[in-house]
Design a protein around this ligand. Structure first.
Ligand code: URA
Length: 242
């Protein structure tokens, strides 16, 4: 029987999902793990990996379906398609960027343009992983006009989807790419130069903020910093140094 505390947690999460219009997925056990105040709390008990896995791709597929015709914010007006996210539904490692650009909007897949190629190189050449092993998503799922930074109300409208994705996947580590991702996911307003490379927490999941690959395209010297951050992630995940 569920303890009183667990019951309370489940009710809080149910309330959260209903508020977000996602009440129909309440029978999915993995989604009960969505912390109402994730991002504010220092830590939260992590459900076993297989709890998320038992909801499997079905949960992510249902979420994808829920976002397909989303009209929660103005970004829906200019998009070609929703860029939901891609990768392993049981990934240990998740990358979160800012929002789709023109290439991503055209293909419906995050990080497929020039910045995406660099991210792919970081994953494959740097970490020795395959891109399909990780999960990649963005703060907003629709392309902002002229690739501008998403506005706070746009990020707030989209965040419940991302939180539900995170809750379904339950990665061990999240890498946030650039200022916007760490700002909107965790409310961290400090400059990215100050927060990068330092472990943060999102509902019990370790978060490593680093520079955005687009920034690296403009400032290749910062690749050294990203490599340092990536090595910390590799150590945490038990990936041998290359
Ligand atoms: N930049 C992002 O932040 N996300 C993408 O998907 C592509 C570029």
């Amino acid at each position: 029987m569920a303890s009183e505390k667990r019951r309370e947690q489940i009710l809080l999460r149910a309330e959260f999902l209903k508020e977000q219009g996602l009440g129909y997925i309440l029978d999915r056990p993995a989604l009960h793990a969505i912390p109402k105040d994730a991002g504010q709390r220092k830590s939260q008990p992590k459900p076993p990996k297989n709890e998320a896995a038992s909801a499997g791709t079905g949960t992510l597929d249902e979420l994808r379906e829920a976002t397909r015709d989303c009209r929660r914010c103005r970004l829906c007006d200019g998009r070609k398609q929703v860029v939901f996210g891609t990768g392993n539904p049981e990934a240990k490692l998740m990358f979160i960027g800012e929002g789709p650009g023109a290439d991503e909007d055209a293909q419906g897949v995050p990080f497929v343009g020039r910045a995406g190629q660099l991210l792919t190189d970081i994953i494959t050449k740097g970490m020795g992983m395959n891109r399909p092993e990780v999960y990649i998503a963005n703060i907003v799922k629709c392309r902002p006009p002229e690739n501008r930074v998403p506005l706070p109300d746009e990020a707030a409208a989209c965040l419940p989807y991302l939180r539900a994705q995170i809750s379904a996947i339950r990665p061990e580590v999240i890498v946030t790419l650039g200022k916007t991702a760490v700002l909107y996911l965790l409310g961290t307003e400090a400059p990215i130069t100050k927060v990068r490379g330092k472990w943060l927490d999102f509902g019990g999941i370790s978060v490593m903020p680093t520079f955005h690959p687009s920034y690296l395209l403009r400032n290749p010297a910062a690749k050294r910093d990203v490599w340092e951050d990536v090595q910390k992630v590799m150590a945490k995940l038990g990936i041998p140094k290359r």
